[in-house]
Design a protein around this ligand. Sequence first.
Ligand code: PRP
Ligand code: URA
Length: 207
Amino acid sequence: MAFTVIKHPLILDKLTRMRKTETSSKDFRENLNEIGQLMAYEVFRDVPLKEIEIETPVTKTTGYTVDIPVVLIPIIRAGLGMTEGIQRLVPTSRIAHIGLYRNEETLTPVQYFAKKTEDIDKSYVLVVDPMLATGGSAAKAIEIAKGWGAKNIKFVCLVAVQEGVDKILSEHPDVEIYTASLDPILNNDGYIVPGLGDAGDRIFGTK
Ligand code: PRP
Ligand code: URA
């Protein structure tokens, strides 16, 4: 399935805390990273493993290890707020960065930074951003990652609307999308409703 809403009571509880206006920047960041970590548990379900021979204190046995390099690509700024939580679950993952901001009038993404990792073409790649609104930023970031040679790409967000999901599915049908919530609508200013406001501002305390 190309689009999955990851439903879990702990994710719903943490997301509700994040939505509240009164939640501090510190609590917002902590909950975002914790949700990223919980979502990663599901997102990585199909990650390739290889068998390895190991020795426990008791005996030799067969174990398993992740058999593919993993690259996380946060869309700066807000994507940075989920990345540490995911990396905690896969500590060997490397981080590429893509900097985009939305033009406030047109809502189209403007690129200001991009830094790839080696071997991204052979890697299991997650593009990460908490908000999937018009889908412009996510589609652009995926296009940049594909330009670097990435083939095996998933997009992980926290809150999405159908418009953004549809944009990714039409422009990048090979990319699987994971979210913790599919919210009802996008308002005229391009904000998700009910959403949680401007994720970047809430993570970094810029408003
Ligand atoms: C936010 C968010 C996404 C984008 C989503 O970033 O983090 O990148 O908007 O909107 P879209 O789906 O309509 O493109 P923003 O442009 O506010 O930049 P920031 O992360 O630096 O705050
Ligand atoms: N970006 C955000 O940070 N929040 C929204 O609701 C939409 C886009």
